[in-house]
Design a protein around this ligand. Structure first.
Ligand code: MG
Length: 237
C-alpha cells in the first residue's frame, strides 16, 4: 500500500475537490460509482479489453467470478498497456453516453447541501473527460491516476486497498471523518459491494443488485438518476 504522503500531487485527486465551503457538521454524503453507474456502459472494462484483449478477458472473467482480487487483475492489465496509448485512451471518453438524470441529481444535492463524491476504480482522466462540465460540480472525483513516464502504464491510487485499486470504504471514511454521517452509495457491480454494505442507503442495479440479493442485503433498485433523486426527495423531504 502506497502512503498518501509519498504520492505526487497528481495522484491525489482528492486534493483537488471543490468542497471548501463544507464544514465538519456535514451529515449526508452521496458516493457514486462511475462505470456502469454514471457511464451507461462499462467504459473502463471495455478500454482494458480493447487495449489488452486476451489478458483483460481472462482477468475480467476471474474478477467477476470473485476468484482474483480486483487490485491484482486490474494492475496486471494496466501494466501491460504501453504509456504511449494513454492520450488516445483518455480521448476515447469524449462524448461517452451517461445515464440520464445526473445533472438533475446534482442540482438537487446542491440545493440540499449534500456533497456528491464520484469514487471509481477506473481512471480519473477518463471519468473527467466523460463527465465534461459535470466533473466540476462534483465535491470530489476519486479514482486511479496513471504514471505514464515509463514504457508501460503504472497505476497510482491514494486509496489502494487489500483487494481493490481504489478502496471505496476507505474513501468514504476519508470524507465523512469520525462523525456519524448518512452515507448513500450508488453502484452497479462487484466494485461496489463493500461500500454498499456499509452505506446507510444503497442504490443498486445490475450485478450489484444480484450480489446484494444473494447476501440478503437491503438496497433500492434504480435505473437512472431520476429514480435516485425521487427516492432521496422522498427520504429527505
Ligand atoms: Mg461500476
Amino acid at each position: 500500500v502506497i502512503g498518501v504522503a509519498s504520492l505526487p500531487d497528481t495522484a491525489l485527486a482528492v486534493t483537488r475537490h471543490r468542497g471548501d465551503g463544507l464544514t465538519a457538521d456535514q451529515s449526508r454524503f452521496v458516493f457514486c460509482d462511475f462505470d456502469g453507474t454514471i457511464s451507461a456502459g462499462e467504459s473502463f472494462a471495455d478500454m482494458m479489453r480493447r487495449e489488452a484483449p486476451s489478458l483483460a478477458n481472462d482477468m475480467l472473467a476471474e474478477i467477476y467470478a470473485l476468484r482474483v482480487p480486483l487490485r491484482v487483475g486490474v494492475r496486471r492489465v494496466l501494466e501491460s498497456i504501453p504509456s504511449g496509448r494513454y492520450p488516445a485512451i483518455v480521448d476515447s471518453m469524449r462524448g461517452y453516453p451517461l445515464r440520464a438524470g445526473l445533472a438533475e441529481l446534482i442540482d438537487f444535492l446542491d440545493r440540499q447541501g449534500v456533497p456528491f463524491v464520484v469514487v471509481s476504480g477506473g481512471l480519473e482522466d477518463m471519468v473527467r473527460v466523460a463527465m465534461g462540465p459535470l466533473a466540476d460540480r462534483c465535491h470530489a472525483i476519486v479514482a486511479q491516476t496513471m504514471d505514464t513516464s515509463g514504457p508501460q502504464l503504472k497505476p497510482l491510487s491514494a486509496f489502494e486497498g487489500e483487494t481493490e485499486m481504489v478502496d471505496k470504504v476507505r474513501v468514504m471514511a476519508h470524507f465523512t471523518g469520525p462523525s456519524p454521517a448518512e452515507r448513500v452509495a450508488i453502484g452497479d457491480s462487484v466494485t461496489d459491494i463493500n461500500m454498499a454494505q456499509v452505506a446507510e442507503l444503497t442504490f443498486a442495479r445490475d450485478r450489484l443488485a444480484r450480489y446484494l440479493t444473494e447476501r440478503n442485503a437491503p438496497f433500492v433498485p434504480w435505473d437512472d438518476f431520476f429514480d435516485v433523486r425521487r427516492a432521496l426527495e422522498a427520504r429527505w423531504g
